[in-house]
Design a protein around this ligand. Structure first.
Ligand code: DGL
Length: 289
């Protein structure tokens, strides 16, 4: 048995921090809202920056990388992991929940971001025309189409994949003229396809880091859904309905930051974005502790 399996067993049924996972920096947009909503909870954030972006990768790879991250966070004692990544939620969540979780440890849970976001759409749109920006993987998975098809079948969803937006964020070019070019081009294309859109899902957790540019080019009056707030509200509700999980969340108000890439770079970005000093540590291999 390797160290990850041993640690998962050793921490079984013990309280621990909430794990928050993303391919890179994007999940910080979710963590920021989770922290604000649950300031007393402990969190571990893990960004797989070394292997980002996930958005153009195959189903198998996104699933394998996400499972590694989930197992790593479980081994670090997390009873609950939030996939703060639409691509991982679209491509890996269901298989992990149905196939892997029962074997790993029955009481631990993994939650995603797509379902709560889709649930918030129905009450937000008046025109019943909704736009979605996402990674190529999220858009191709049709996860939002399927969720909305069940929740609000009268809504027309127009989706548009933006393969350049995540690399702009991961390379910290989100303020550059290059960002203006790609953001404007993709927004123009989506609204040319459906000019009745009144509500926009930013279906990738990296995209709020481009929010100033997005606001600049989106037609006025269009509502931008705040996925971080939606996920934070949904988690608070989940913990209310699941006191057995709520009891397993430790409450020391701490946040630990882990990245598979350069710790200095991650600390700089996270400190700015979280508006408080963030000291990250580098994990070179998610399959070992
Ligand atoms: N932040 C992720 C998402 O929400 C994925 C970005 C990527 O790695 O392509 O989809």
């Amino acid at each position: 048995m390797n160290t990850i399996d041993t640690a998962i067993r050793a921490t079984a049924d013990r309280p621990g921090p909430i794990g928050v996972f993303d391919s890179g920096y994007g999940g910080l947009t979710i963590l920021r809202r989770l922290r604000a909503a649950m300031p007393e909870a402990d969190f571990i954030y893990l960004g797989d920056n070394a292997r980002a972006p996930y958005g153009s990768r195959s189903f198998d790879l996104v699933y394998r990388f996400t499972l590694e991250a989930v197992r790593y966070l479980f081994a670090r004692g997390c009873p609950l992991v939030i996939l703060a990544c639409n691509t991982a939620s679209a491509k890996a969540l269901r298989t992990i929940q149905q196939t892997d979780l029962p074997d790993i440890a029955g009481y631990r849970r993994v939650l995603g971001v797509i379902r709560p976001t889709a649930e918030s759409v129905d009450g937000a749109t008046a025109s019943r025309h909704v736009g979605l920006f996402g990674t190529p993987g999220t858009v191709a998975s049709q996860s939002y189409d399927m969720e909305l098809g069940k929740l609000a079948p009268d809504i027309t969803l127009s989706s548009y994949a933006c393969p350049m937006w995540v690399p702009l964020v991961e390379n910290r070019e989100y303020d550059s003229p290059g960002a203006d070019y790609f953001v404007k081009k993709d927004i123009d294309a989506l609204f040319a396809a459906d000019s009745e859109i009144d509500t926009l899902i930013l279906g990738c957790t990296h995209y709020p880091l481009l929010i100033d540019k997005i606001r600049q080019y989106v037609p006025s009056g269009v509502r931008l859904l705040d996925q971080g707030k939606i996920v934070a509200d949904s988690l608070a509700d989940y913990l209310l309905r699941h006191p057995e999980m709520d009891r397993l969340v430790t409450r020391g108000g701490t946040t630990e930051y882990l990245t598979t890439e350069d710790a200095r770079k991650f600390s700089d970005m996270a400190s700015v974005f979280m508006a408080s000093p963030a000291e990250a540590a580098r994990i070179s291999d998610l399959t070992k502790l």
